[in-house]
Design a protein around this ligand. Structure first.
Ligand code: PLP
Length: 220
């Protein structure tokens, strides 16, 4: 998988691309296996699961990225174990992340602003037009956050079977340039190629690495 990604990135002239291995629902053994072949950056969607895995792998130098739904009462635990949070979309959560980052001496704490570009129900993130005003507020009110860039999960209809890079993907690339350090977290197993062509800096890949996920009920 890493080889395939490296090849796609080279073909697209994209020289700032990293891989986040999305290990949600998958076992600690699988995480250890991937670490053994040189990967140390893992993504999780559930705070409790992230914390348990981080504890269980405390002997390894792993970095945990949170890509799930944020809940105020879990932010402190999350900041304790995660190395970044990619689903920031409210000032209330931003302030809580700051507070926890200070508590755990993890400032400035890396965050990505989440964008839900076609306002799909049930998905994390701000509308595109709300992103820059939100970024302006973060800059003035949250000096203890490190604003990495933009994270997005576009609608499912955008898949690698498309011939062209969708206009939406280009728009997200441009928007990300104006968010903090300008990184774009875009692309999952199904839209990896078009995301890399559009200039993603971080692809979040689960099923193509670990296999399909067993079904798990959403946490309340
Ligand atoms: C689960 C998940 C992924 C990985 O999805 P795959 O289709 O398995 O590659 C990426 N990003 C987010 C936000 C996710 O929740």
């Amino acid at each position: 998988m890493t080889e395939q990604i490296a090849r796609l990135a080279q073909q697209a002239g994209n020289d700032r691309l990293r891989l986040l291995a999305v290990s949600k629902v998958h076992s600690i053994d699988k995480i250890r296996d991937l670490y053994a072949v040189g990967h140390n950056y893992f993504g999780e969607n559930y705070v409790q699961e992230l914390a348990e895995k981080a504890e269980a792998c405390a002997d390894l130098p792993l970095r945990w990225s949170f890509i799930g739904h944020l809940q105020s009462n879990k932010i402190k635990t999350l900041v304790r174990y995660a190395s970044d949070i990619q689903t920031l979309a409210s000032m209330k959560h931003a302030h809580l992340i700051e507070k926890a980052a200070i508590t755990y001496s993890k400032t400035p704490f890396p965050v990505y602003v989440a964008c839900n570009p076609e306002d799909e129900p049930g998905k994390n993130g701000l509308s595109c037009h709300d992103v820059l005003p939100f970024v302006a507020s973060l800059k003035t009110q949250c000096p203890h956050l490190r604003l990495m860039g933009l994270m997005s999960i576009p609608p499912r209809k955008y898949q690698d079977s498309l011939q062209e890079v969708p206009e939406l993907y280009r728009a997200l690339r441009k928007l990300a340039n104006q968010v903090g350090e300008g990184r774009l977290s875009l692309g999952m197993s199904g839209d990896l190629k078009i995301a890399i062509k559009a200039g993603s800096n971080l692809v979040r890949i689960g099923s193509s690495i670990f296999g399909t996920r067993p079904q798990k009920a959403r946490q309340p």
